[in-house]
Design a protein around this ligand. Sequence first.
Ligand SMILES: [Fe+2]
Length: 174
Amino acid sequence: MNDKTTPRRTAKLATPTSLGAKATRDIAGALNALVADFFALYLKTKNFHWHVSGPHFRDYHLLLDEQADQIYATTDPIAERVRKLGGTTVRSIGHISRLQRVTDNDAEYVTPLDMLAELREDNARLADRMRETHNVCDEYNDVATASLLEVWIDEAERRAWFLFEATRHGEAPD
Ligand SMILES: [Fe+2]
């Protein structure tokens, strides 16, 4: 949407920023997709936290709760970053479902190892998408968003690492 077609009501929410309208549009667009991904991954991680079963229940249940807390804590700073840039962010679960790229898993039963493997993949892909968003920030010299993304990429990679190692419980030693 260019400035000429921006409705007045939307214009009221356009926080002043020196980065420019194009930067706001591109970076906010990329960040809003990430907000949706983080909410979707938060709920999937909680879903698996609630429904995990088996001999490693306690370890997996606690690991997924820790990860869900970290994912949830990231949603607010990403959304507020969008507002600081002059954009608007997600407004509802319906809005999230239209933007999310993380796929839901509504299966009745998922084995614990499949849960961990799926989350490992989701976190790895989330890190990839954050790297892509970092590239968009670099284009506009938005160092603040880039710097936040660097922390969140590291956190996603840490989650993927823990999930990877936890799936090796059942393997025989070399
Ligand atoms: Fe819980």
